[in-house]
Unconditional design. Sequence first.
Length: 241
Amino acid sequence: MYINLLSLGRVGYAEALEIQQRVIAARKAGMIGDTLLLLEHPPVLTLGRNSRREHVLASDELLRAKGLELHEINRGGDVTYHGPGQLVGYPIIDLRGDLPGKKGPHLGPVDFVRLLEEVLIRVCGEYRVLAQRIKGRTGVWTLANGSVQEKKIAAIGVHVSQGVTSHGFALNVTTDLRDFQWIVPCGIADREVTSLELESHVEPAPTLEDALNVTARNFGRVFKRQMVWCESVERLLESKA
């Protein structure tokens, strides 16, 4: 068993949505196997199904002036920011397959999110950043330290259709955190966001390319699959499951 892995580089959000839809359709048709897309976006805000427009603090005029696109999408969760230095992962996984923790005919969406959190907690650990889950708050968080509260280092929001997942996670690696000032990240106003670059004290400092490789490796470990690199979306869609 394996998971296809594509590294797409920096991709505009609308183009990434189109790529996702092509891969999702192929997965639902049984033309390809489970697939993980790893990429980076130019600055963009996305509003999930549970989002509130007031959590976008900037006006439409200011967003246009800053070059920040805004997309309303069907993933779970509230508003979030994507931008340079952030590793975005879109797992296209059939939850009816052979997956860790599956007890019935399919893995539940919440259990799937817990697996994604575990991947990202392990990634943080490789950079000597202690990370955790927080009950009632999806995503991955640093640990509180004295008077310093826990901070969000990775966001997660998924969608499931006909048993196949889309959207996924965003890990702040070298992200310019000032861009989060335009929103209430994930609707949570009482906690800050952070990045591997700020939290890690290893040498050399984290890079997006290195974090991508670490994430791919830990994704395979958590999902108990071999990760198989693909050259392109076109080459993937030409293959057989």
